[in-house]
Design a binder for this molecule. Structure first.
Ligand code: MN
Ligand code: MN
Length: 306
């Protein structure tokens, strides 16, 4: 590491922590309302805004699911190997899967099983792979590739195709990564909006203006839910509460909204009660990994000139 500090290094690390903590608190908050309909949520909670666990997985308060766990697999693989090594990420996924996690999406399950059989690092194209399971684990990729949207795009698609091989999943992963990076870099809101609008221009499935349809695991429904909540609010808590109260795939919409809003508003904007609901060991690891990943990124390690 050359130890180059970009302008506002402190703010950048702070917002990177916001992004990675955002995944975990959004996952833990949303897991409670996963697979519920908005009307059921209203009836049961009024407005769901506390990390209380429960849900269909009967979680302990503050317990996270595959969205956070797979993100951590990527973050740990990068930190461990000192860089981008796709096989190290696949191995982490495989080890995690072998531990019989409570929550695994069907496409991730199939992709990891396939990897265990063939050791291939790319699942074949599949018309059913447009789920949100690759997009939900983009935060560590965005942190590690900070400063290069080209490097981001490459890594986003590589990690995605370990389990998902579909143009909508690929495009969603890149876009989520860009929103997170622009947030961390302190871009104005219009910079984030441009990334979301570029995605919708390329794939109209993602048009999110005024979206109030279902928040399903189809990646376009997921991102339309997240974008409509993020761009119609102006704080972390408000964005997350709006997102997870839409129910359905709420842990995953929560995780992605948390990553984007955490990047944009920074760690200090995450309600303290939500951060403290997470297990202490997880808090410590997220904090360490977030700082480590951005310090490994092109932003902190620009190519030598001259
Ligand atoms: Mn989950
Ligand atoms: Mn989910």
């Amino acid at each position: 590491m050359r130890g180059h500090d970009p302008r506002d290094a402190v703010g950048i690390v702070h917002r990177a922590r916001g992004a990675l903590f955002g995944v975990a608190v959004g996952d833990a908050l949303g897991a409670t309302t996963e697979f519920m309909k908005p009307a059921q949520i209203r009836e049961r909670f009024g407005v769901h805004k506390e990390i209380t666990g429960g849900g269909w997985l009967k979680l302990a308060p503050g317990q996270v699911t595959d969205d956070t766990e797979m993100s951590l697999c990527i973050a740990r693989a990068i930190a461990d190997r000192g860089g981008w090594e796709l096989s190290a990420i696949a191995e982490r996924f495989a080890r995690w899967f072998s531990g019989n996690p409570a929550d695994v999406g069907a496409t991730c399950r199939r992709g990891i099983r396939e990897y265990l059989e063939t050791r291939r690092l790319e699942t074949p194209p599949n018309e059913w792979d447009a789920g949100n399971g690759a997009a939900m684990r983009m935060a560590p990729v965005a942190l590690y590739t900070l400063g290069s949207e080209r490097f981001l795009s490459r890594c986003a698609v590589e990690q995605a195709r370990l389990t998902h091989n579909h143009p909508l999943s690929d495009a969603a992963c890149v876009a989520v990564g860009m929103l997170i990076q622009r947030g961390i870099l302190g871009s104005p809101r219009s910079g984030l909006l441009a990334a979301a609008e570029d995605l919708a221009a390329a794939h109209p499935e993602f048009l999110f203006e005024g979206y109030d349809g279902e928040a399903t695991g189809f990646v376009a429904d997921t991102l339309r839910t997240v974008f409509s909540a993020f761009f119609s609010t102006d704080g972390f808590e408000e964005c997350l509460v709006r997102t997870v109260n839409r129910g359905d795939d709420a842990d995953t919409t929560g995780a992605i909204a948390g990553a984007i809003a955490g990047a944009r508003y920074g760690f200090a904007a995450i309600p303290r009660r939500w951060v403290l609901a997470l297990p202490a060991g997880l808090r410590e690891e997220i904090s360490t990994l977030a700082a480590k990943l951005v310090r490994m990124s092109p932003l902190f390690n620009p190519p030598a000139t001259g």
